[in-house]
Design a protein around this ligand. Structure first.
Ligand code: SAM
Length: 352
């Protein structure tokens, strides 16, 4: 995930494709160019993630409150960042934790782990999981915070699945183990005016060529619950114990039933996370009904406004696939029709 400010913003430029660690660059002496190449090296992005109390608090509850699952177990922390999840696991009684991260932030993680007395319980490995050699080759538990905007944008889920296949003992656990992507439609006239229709007239000039590009770029932002005009619909369910990389390319049908008479200006997506194996199920949602998270929600503006009456349905499908040139980008196509209309609208979006 990229750094997300407290207010509205578009998705930051992709830096993940250049996400390699320059071995001779130390995080204490990095320049802005180094930080651009290694977007997780700066403490700022970790500050934002750590301060997301829904995110970090849920992981803490899932791990610390389930000592019976961690006691005496070996744990692999995929993408350990500053080491927070590794330290939760050590506190929960793990016999040994291996944390791996390809970013220079791991230099700080090493200091943090030593400062907190976990030097003997936690071993950190600097490198890409796909290429690294780990000191333990079979683990009882994998922990990872891998989720991106729209769940899958710049997500490192494929890395976690690879870690599962290579390093998880049969019958082992993954924290978290379930993710669901949800979809609804919203009334959003004022903001669509500001973000999309703005391009029709810029100081009296016709900038409408940009309008089409802006419309195809999903917007990451917080949306108020009162803007939601339909019931939500689950469009993807991921069981991390069984999912394959191929499952991350999918086409899902949806039916959205209007809960009132209104106008629809956009579709909205968010995700829920569940730690199914915990004793008292720990879960959190990034939806408009839930407490703020840095993932916010994802808005897909429609080319035209849809008038809808209570009980009427919008039916369609959402197709999602990694972009062929940069697999951290997403190509998302939403096709839909309203009520009994035969005509289908098809809109292609790109998260890049
Ligand atoms: C979302 S952050 C989570 C950091 C930490 N686990 C936490 O919860 O605060 C993901 C981390 O995974 C690392 N990462 C991403 N892909 C990786 C890969 N293929 N191998 C190793 N580390 C990776 C990034 O450098 C980043 O620090």
């Amino acid at each position: 995930m990229e750094s997300a400010g407290p207010s509205t913003h578009h998705i930051a430029p992709d830096v993940s494709s250049t996400h390699h660690v320059t071995p001779d660059v130390q995080s204490d002496s990095m320049t802005s160019r180094d930080y651009y190449a290694d977007s997780y090296a700066h403490f700022g992005i970790h500050e934002e993630m750590l301060k997301d109390s829904v995110r970090t608090g849920s992981y803490r509850a899932a791990i610390i409150n389930n000592g019976h699952l961690f006691k005496g177990k070996t744990v692999l922390d995929v993408g350990c960042g500053t080491g927070i999840l590794s330290m939760f696991a050590a506190k929960a009684g793990a016999s040994h934790v291996v944390g791996i991260d390809m970013s220079n932030i791991i230099d700080q993680a090493q200091k943090i782990i030593e400062a907190n007395g976990f030097k003997d319980t936690i071993t950190l490995v600097k490198g890409k999981l796909e290429e690294a050699e780990l000191p333990i080759t079979q683990f009882d538990i994998i922990i990872s915070e891998w989720m991106g905007y729209f769940l899958l944008y710049e997500s490192m889920l494929d890395t976690v699945l690879l870690a599962r296949d290579k390093y998880l003992k049969s019958g082992g656990l993954i924290f978290p183990d379930t993710a669901r992507l949800l979809f609804a439609a919203i009334e959003d006239q004022d903001y669509k005016e500001e973000k999309i229709n703005f391009w029709d007239n810029v100081y009296g000039f016709d900038y409408s060529c940009i309008k089409d590009i802006a419309l195809r770029e999903p917007l990451v932002d917080t949306v108020e619950l009162k803007a939601v005009v339909t019931d939500p619909c689950v469009i993807k369910h991921i069981n991390l114990l069984t999912a394959t990389k191929e499952d991350l390319t999918f086409t899902a049908p949806f039916t959205l039933k209007a809960t009132r008479d209104d106008y629809i200006h956009a579709f909205l997506a968010w995700f829920d996370i569940v730690f199914e194996c915990t004793h008292k199920k720990v879960k959190f949602s990034t939806g408009p009904h839930a407490q703020y998270t840095h993932w916010k929600q994802t808005v897909f503006y429609t080319p035209s406004t849809i008038a809808i009456t209570e009980g009427q349905e919008i039916t369609g499908q959402l197709a999602c696939s990694p972009n062929a040139r940069n697999n951290r980008d997403l190509d998302i196509t939403i096709s839909y029709s309203v009520g009994d209309e035969a005509e289908k609208e098809v809109v292609e979006y790109k998260m890049s």
